[in-house]
Design a protein around this ligand. Structure first.
Ligand code: NAD
Length: 263
């Protein structure tokens, strides 16, 4: 199947490592012209260089903190200017910190709101004019399986992910008439640095070893292992691509069978 991603102009935020990076790599390998974003210019430039070396594709870097309103808009504008338009947007960033409900004050909740919910709104709002011009513009939000099944000790993330998938479904319904598509992926446990950090926190809380927590989490999925970032990236690339032209409002779990519900 040809995903028809060749020369498509795509912005992936939160892409210096982890799921965003892997998604950018899959898209670039499919021939897309990709702009990647993360906060720190040096780390981001290194990531762009690695992607160019791995794929031979055009990869441009725009640094900025997408949890900040001004930066989110500026990142989109810079990507559109560089690419001469925009066919696809992948909204992704880091996750809120772990911890029990009573550890978080209002400031922590507002920060999580900016980082894990409002940034989708801001990026999509800024990108809409260019996505409309593109005809067939498409958005994929990277959220979490916690939108379906909350994860212990991640109350900030769990809450914001539910709002994010509601946003994506709403936009699919509201803007589908214009030919715009909005989908979300809901990753389960996928081997990234964030997961190592989260399981190190869990090990510290329980007095266990991080390797044991990694192994236990892997066993909890039907496939008996964690996902690889590229496996998530391939799902994003498909949903974003013209090959998925009749898919919108899809909230796709990519979690190796760790979610045990029926729907
Ligand atoms: P990660 O922390 O390894 O990578 C996050 C990327 O986003 C990095 O490139 C980082 O520099 C960038 N970033 C962070 N904050 C940013 C900001 N404010 N502005 C711009 N860039 C920013 O995380 P990951 O494991 O790749 O996960 C990506 C997202 O998916 C997170 O929100 C995470 O909570 C969620 N998620 C991950 C998993 C998993 O198993 N890895 C599962 C469910 C949900």
């Amino acid at each position: 199947m040809d995903l028809q991603l060749g020369n498509r102009r795509i912005l992936v935020t939160g892409a210096s490592r982890g799921l965003g990076y892997a998604t950018a790599q899959v898209l670039a390998a499919e021939g897309a012209r990709v702009v990647i974003n993360a906060r720190h210019p040096d780390t981001l430039a290194e990531a762009a260089a690695r992607l160019r070396a791995a794929t031979g594709a055009e990869v441009h870097a725009v640094a900025g903190d997408v949890s900040q309103a001004d930066d989110a808009a500026r990142v989109v504008q810079a990507a559109v200017a560089h690419l001469g338009g925009l066919d696809g947007l992948v909204t992704n960033a880091g996750g809120p910190p772990p911890g029990p409900f009573e550890a978080f004050d209002d400031a922590a909740w507002y920060a999580a709101f900016d980082l894990a919910f409002l940034f989708h709104v801001r990026l999509i709002r800024a990108a809409l004019p260019a996505l409309r011009d593109a005809r067939g513009g498409s958005v994929v939000a990277i959220t979490s399986i916690s939108a379906k099944q909350p994860i212990p000790n991640l109350v900030l993330s769990n809450t914001m992910r539910a709002a994010a998938v509601a946003l994506i479904k709403s936009l699919a319904l509201e803007l589908g008439g214009e030919g715009l598509r909005f989908n979300a992926v809901l990753p389960g446990w996928t081997r990234t640095e964030r997961v190592t950090e989260l399981l190190a926190y869990r090990a510290q809380q329980k007095g266990t070893r991080v390797e044991d927590e990694m192994a236990a989490q892997a066993r909890a999925s039907a496939l008996g292992r964690m996902g690889e970032p590229e496996e998530l990236g391939r799902a994003v690339a498909f949903l974003l691509s013209p090959a998925a032209s009749y898919l919108t409002g899809v909230l796709l779990p990519v979690e190796g069978g760790s979610y045990k519900g029926l729907c």
